[in-house]
Structure formats: structure tokens, C-alpha cells
Design a protein. Sequence first.
Length: 75
Amino acid sequence: MSITATYEVMGMTCGHCVASVKEEIGLIPGADSVTVELVKGGASPVTVTSATDLDLATVTAAIEEAGYTLGAARS
């Protein structure tokens, strides 16, 4: 069974931004897949599928490491 969570990431504007966020979140243990729907200059939905619930602080840190900010988390 897998868990899917969607986060809104602020500040992404291009494909490089998407790649950076996917790479950083993909490094979190348990993260199986990461998809991003780019919304230039707005809140881009980032969907993460994982084997277990991921710690929000860990996801936030990964997003910040990529250079962006977490807008909101949704289920």
C-alpha cells in the first residue's frame, strides 16, 4: 500500500525548478515517486507517493534545500 500527499510549492518558474524539487524530495527515504505540475509564479502542486507518511518537516527542508518554499500541504 502506498500513501500519496500533495504539497503546494511556491516560486517555481521553469523545468530546472521542477527538476531541483523532484531531486531533493526524491532523496527522502521512503519517497517512491515525485510529480510536479508547474504553475509559473504560483503554487505548483507537488505529489509524492511513499511507502509511509513522510515527515512534513523533512519535506519542507527538502523543498527549501531546492530553493523554494512550501505553500500548503493537502491530502
